[in-house]
Ligand binder design. Structure first.
Ligand code: FMN
Length: 430
């Protein structure tokens, strides 16, 4: 039975601000998704945005009136609207963020309702710019974009490359609404539930593997496992939202395509391809998170063409060899200071499971190991919450069952702690 999990956005107050880019036509999708996730949403449009997307549509989707620039000067208001909205919101999302609104924000100009709200916000702000490639690459825009990233609580979502409304193919496409929603959920998934958006992973390069590997049985069939890739991809995005430079090596995923935006991705199929992609990236990474579920067996050469059903038993029962232990190989190759988090899917009762997991952590040589019991109802594979134990050198901690994005943040916190401890002991030894 699948259990419904509450979204981290449930009951949270989110202000969605729209400025004058044609990408504004996608914002209603974001508003609708936030409402479905249980958030309370208010919308605000600049005068240019109101010409591109209907304030009536935003009001209907958010179940609340949509604020216009002119509302700031409504004499019936007893408090300035921009202060009311900035104090009400636990998170603001500017999607799309136009070049003009970016310029006003970066320069500290409070001309208009959106500009005033942005200066009055003390809670986190997700910024999703969208514009023509030449505009985006202009030094003035790049300067302003860099500037706002130093403002406290800003989560910058870099525009993507693609076909733009001006018919040009290049950088400038607004981050996908599904990714913006994920960034919003991430803000509410850290720690005690208060919105958090600091970039404590800035300057760290993280290598993550995710998803299953597949080994061919014949041209039509393969051997694989039930991994969806969700845990690894959420870890990768959570680290990226926290400022890390993330490289993701992934097998076939059962996830929204948009969740890969902003990550440097390498797609693989087999364990051998996974191994070589990780070997290439490991030397330039400070942290390795090995969340991929590697298939256990492989054949040197799969039969050509599709086998007949009758031929399958013979092929399935011979010619398979064990896939080498990739995690052990990688931990042996790492240089001092590189941290490794491994994952282990186990079954059995708690004490057996912990004993086997600690033995596994030692053999594989990882600093931290997350142990998932995959035989318990309502947790484990796919779109389900997850929990288990986190094991380190000589300690284990129970992790209660929680949504995978919250768990990703817990694991990133533990990795930061381990990094600090490793740095402190290196200092003592020197
Ligand atoms: C059809 C149309 C599309 C536009 N698309 C963009 C865009 O994608 N990005 C952008 O920065 N400006 C775009 N502009 C220009 C802005 O709307 C203009 O700079 C405006 O002053 C932005 O003001 P605002 O930030 O207050 O909404 C577009 C203008 C028009 C007429």
């Amino acid at each position: 039975m699948k259990t419904e999990q509450a979204s981290p956005l449930c009951g949270r107050r989110v202000l969605v601000a729209v400025s004058g880019s044609i990408a504004a036509v996608k914002t209603p999708l974001l508003v609708s998704a936030l409402i479905k996730a249980g958030a309370e949403v208010r919308c605000l449009v600049t005068t240019s945005a109101a010409a591109l997307v209907s304030p009536v549509a935003l009001a209907s989707l958010s179940r609340h009136r949509c604020y216009l620039e002119a509302d700031q000067w409504d004499s019936a208001s007893s408090r300035p609207l921009h202060i009311e909205l900035a104090e009400w919101a636990e998170l603001a999302i500017v999607a799309p963020l136009s070049a003009s609104s970016l310029a006003r924000w970066s320069q500290g100009a409070a001309d208009g309702l959106l500009a005033s709200v942005l200066l009055a916000m003390e809670a986190p702000v997700i910024a999703a710019p969208a514009m023509n490639t030449a505009m985006w690459r202009h030094p003035a825009v790049q300067r302003n974009w860099l500037q706002i990233q130093d403002f406290p609580g800003v989560v910058p979502l870099l525009p993507m490359s693609g076909l733009l409304a001006c018919d040009r193919v290049g950088d400038g496409r607004m981050a996908d609404p599904a990714l913006i929603q994920l960034a919003a959920a991430s803000v509410f998934s850290r720690g005690s539930g208060a919105p958090v958006a600091n970039r404590d992973w800035s300057g760290t390069s993280v290598l993550v593997s995710a998803g299953p590997t597949q080994e061919s049985i014949d041209a039509a069939r393969f051997l694989s496992n039930r991994s969806s890739g969700r845990m690894g991809v959420l870890l990768a995005q959570a680290a990226r939202f926290r400022g890390a430079a993330v490289r993701l090596v992934h097998g076939p995923l059962d996830l929204p395509e948009a969740w890969l935006e902003g990550l440097q991705c390498t797609r693989i199929e087999t364990a051998a391809e996974l191994s070589s992609a990780l070997q290439v990236a490991l030397p330039t990474s400070e942290v390795l998170v090995m969340a991929a579920a590697v298939a256990d067996l492989r054949r040197e050469a799969a039969p050509e063409g599709k086998l007949a059903k009758l031929e399958l038993p013979a092929v399935l029962s011979s010619g398979w060899t064990e896939v080498p232990d990739l995690l052990s190989d990688l931990t042996r190759q790492r240089r001092p200071g590189q941290l490794v988090l491994g994952f282990s899917a186990l079954t059995g009762d708690d004490s057996q499971l912990l004993e086997r997991a600690e033995a596994k952590r030692m053999v594989k040589g990882c600093d931290l190991m997350m142990v998932n019991p995959v035989d318990r109802e309502g947790q484990g594979f796919g779109n389900q919450p997850n929990g288990g134990w986190l094991l380190g050198h000589g300690w284990s901690r129970k992790l209660p069952v929680m949504d995978k994005l919250s768990l990703a943040h817990r694991l990133l916190d533990a990795l930061l702690n381990a990094q600090d401890q490793a740095a402190a002991s290196a200092l003592l030894e020197s």
